[in-house]
Design a protein around this ligand. Sequence first.
Ligand SMILES: Cc1cc2nc3c(=O)[nH]c(=O)nc-3n(C[C@H](O)[C@H](O)[C@H](O)COP(=O)(O)OP(=O)(O)OC[C@H]3O[C@@H](n4cnc5c(N)ncnc54)[C@H](O)[C@@H]3O)c2cc1C
Length: 179
Amino acid sequence: MSPLEHVKFSFAIAGVSRALTHQLVRHRLASYSQQSQRYVKEKDFDYIVPPTIERNPAAKAEFEKLMETIQKSYTKLLTIMGQDNVSGEMANQDARFALPQAAETKIVVTMNCRELLHFFQHRCCSRAQWEIRQLADKMLDICRQALPVVFSTGGAKCAALGYCPEGEKFCCGRYPLKP
Ligand SMILES: Cc1cc2nc3c(=O)[nH]c(=O)nc-3n(C[C@H](O)[C@H](O)[C@H](O)COP(=O)(O)OP(=O)(O)OC[C@H]3O[C@@H](n4cnc5c(N)ncnc54)[C@H](O)[C@@H]3O)c2cc1C
């Protein structure tokens, strides 16, 4: 596998939540550059709505109310700190403690092909959280188009193994359990 370490892909990722990037950066054999919440003031921050909340009108209304409240408090905090002579950068870096995990962010990630195959094994699996799984599926599509020889059997562990190693409780049924 070591020759695969010489080939790298960089992805510019936008429209994802801080909840996603928190999971992404757990993958250590990669390089990252993320939009700063210290230097970029989150005036009218965008946020990601999870599908289970999006499709339930009552849950969506509650979620949007919460985001609006956070936005108002964040902006008020900046004003209060400004009146207290806290500099802009310092105020941003402290006010961001109030921002939610749903806040939209941007990140650039560079991974070599070996790490990408490892990343896909974990994050294309149905056990992975929905947002990072959607991202991993998109990244895999791009990799497959660019380097089919390397990525044709890439994906969740089961894709290469031909069976599911996750056990009965977690198996999604796409592949049979290990015999
Ligand atoms: C479905 C799912 C649920 C998860 N739930 C949780 C959770 O509840 N709590 C939590 O904390 N995390 C959770 N994680 C994150 C998980 O524990 C890993 O941190 C993450 O998936 C990164 O994987 P990794 O360490 O294998 O890979 P990478 O960091 O991408 O590294 C790739 C490989 O390099 C090797 N490697 C890298 N660094 C070292 C090192 N320092 N020493 C030795 N070998 C190294 C290992 O073989 C490793 O597998 C979850 C992940 C998934 C996919």
